[in-house]
Design a protein around this ligand. Structure first.
Ligand code: HEM
Length: 457
């Protein structure tokens, strides 16, 4: 086959993606075809692929030296540490993956269902009524609580309170643009050297302080739980404390700390954003919302709810691309990518391929029901693919189903502004531009929420 160079998008044009990610990349696909390249200063050339078939070829490199960890390391290592599923590659990554997958397997987490519903119901009962608020922030409270209680397994109310506050501050400090945009070398020096750590206005100073506070709480939790292993516990930390690799080795305290932070970082904002998008879409597609509400109230099974969740993550994928750093050259769609380049399945466009998803802009859960479901399912990849496929996907999907059900049973939501909220780039995710602004009212039929105190503001 004759190979042609990968078309390259001029940088000023490409940078528009920060303000209009979907529009910019769709225009690039129209102009350059399904494979195109962008070169960001300081990074290897990044080649985006925009069909499911090409994406599968990229995922296949996971087994033969496509590295996902190294790309994430320079941004994430200060937060997640050196022993994280997100940033490891090769044998150390595989060892961790085999230890962490079983506790997050569909069968293992099925036991958490009632507790997730309870956490959601308690949080929803505290939402303001008849006044606008950002739903994404409230969803984040729920998903954080799920991680703290079911992944970390913290039960004691006082320790839970301290960890909740410290973790929220850590996520805030780690997400500051002033820290994220700092080049890795000066950042790591500022984090390590004693004198700059006393300069109060540096973003590294605040980050280092709150990271220390969280670490202290986590190492204390790990020590307590190691000292009194509970054989009946189902939380991830308890199961990891008991897990052994092929050589009979368990995880060290530092490995456990790094993986707990990893599951927090990878699992709580993503799921909250997915939930925020679910309601952003449902409130602008009344017939879908009405059918879902009626089916759930009638006690139907979760087939339609599941299709709504899938269509949400199809039309508004939370993570928009999943890059791999290539160890070897890769032939792709008539082009050759060089070793050392990045190959990135661009999920946001793969999910808008009109060949697979006709009228991709329409919110239509029926795509995932009926005769077209198998084809749609093959091109549906909100959790990435290959061996690096999201380890928390089953948990995320279950959380979304359970929490949507709890919300619909408790309150009637309406959008503050009927115009759709645009996807905005936030780190590696796409979030609703107004964080899903809604107003909540008690359900008219007086189901569970009617018993909750009214707090009209
Ligand atoms: C709607 C919610 C979520 C979305 C959209 C999402 C999406 C993703 C994506 C796209 C990847 C990269 C996959 C790849 O490179 O091919 C990923 C990786 C990962 N996710 Fe999720 N995720 C979600 C929720 C969760 C949850 C709840 C957890 C755990 C509590 C989690 C833990 C992880 C971890 C640890 C990785 C790294 C896996 C590895 O490299 O081996 N995620 N996720």
């Amino acid at each position: 086959m004759t190979l042609t160079p990968v078309p390259r998008i001029p940088l000023p044009y490409a940078l528009r993606y920060v303000v209009d990610p979907v529009g910019t990349f769709e225009a690039a696909r129209r102009r350059y075809g399904p494979v195109f390249r962008m070169d960001f200063p300081g990074f290897p050339p990044e080649v985006f692929v925009t069909t499911a078939e090409l994406a599968e070829q990229v995922y296949a490199t996971d087994a033969s030296g496509g590295r996902a960890g190294e790309i994430r390391r320079q941004f994430l290592e200060p937060l997640v540490g050196r022993h994280s599923l997100l940033t490891l590659d090769h044998a150390p990554w595989w060892r961790h993956r085999r230890l962490i997958s079983p506790p997050l397997h569909g069968r293992a987490i099925a036991r958490w269902r009632a507790e997730i519903a309870g956490i959601a119901a308690a949080e929803i009962a505290r939402w303001p009524l008849n006044t606008p608020f950002a739903l994404r922030d409230r969803m984040q409270d729920i998903t954080l609580e799920v991680i703290l209680r079911l992944v970390f397994g913290v039960r004691d109310t006082r320790r839970l309170d301290r960890l909740r506050g410290a973790v929220a501050e850590l996520i805030d400090a780690a997400g500051a643009w002033s820290l994220l945009l700092m080049p890795p070398r000066p950042r790591d020096w500022l984090l390590a050297a004693p004198v700059p750590r006393r300069v109060p206005f540096l973003p590294t100073t605040r980050f280092a302080r709150v990271r220390e506070a969280v670490d202290e709480l986590l190492y204390d939790e790990i020590a307590r739980r190691r000292a009194a292993i509970d054989p009946d516990a189902t939380d991830v930390l308890s199961l990891l404390l008991a897990a052994r690799d092929e050589d009979g080795q368990g995880m060290s305290d530092q490995e456990l700390r790094d993986e707990l932070i990893t599951l927090l970082v990878a699992g709580h904002e993503t799921t909250a954003t997915g939930l925020a998008w679910a309601f952003e879409r449902l409130l602008r597609n009344r017939p879908v919302l009405d059918r879902l509400t009626a089916e759930l109230a009638a006690g139907e099974d979760e087939t339609y709810l599941d299709a709504v969740v899938k269509e949400t993550l199809r039309s508004r994928p939370v993570v928009y691309d999943v890059p791999r750093l290539l160890d070897a050259p890769l032939r792709l769609g008539g082009h050759e990518l060089e070793a050392g380049w990045m190959a990135s399945p661009l999920i946001m466009l793969i999910h808008r391929d009109p060949e697979v998803f006709p009228e991709p802009g329409a919110f239509r859960p029926e795509r995932f029901l009926g005769p077209d479901a198998a084809r749609a399912g093959k091109a549906w990849m909100p959790f990435g693919g290959g061996r690096r496929y999201c380890v928390g996907a089953q948990l995320a999907l279950m959380e979304m189903r359970v929490i949507i059900r709890e919300v619909l049973a408790a309150v009637e939501l309406s959008a503050v502004d009927p115009a759709p909220e645009k996807p905005r780039v936030r780190h590696v995710t796409l979030v609703p531009s107004k964080r899903t602004r809604v107003v909540a009212r008690p359900v008219r039929s007086g189901r569970s929420r009617s018993a909750a105190p009214s707090r009209v503001v």
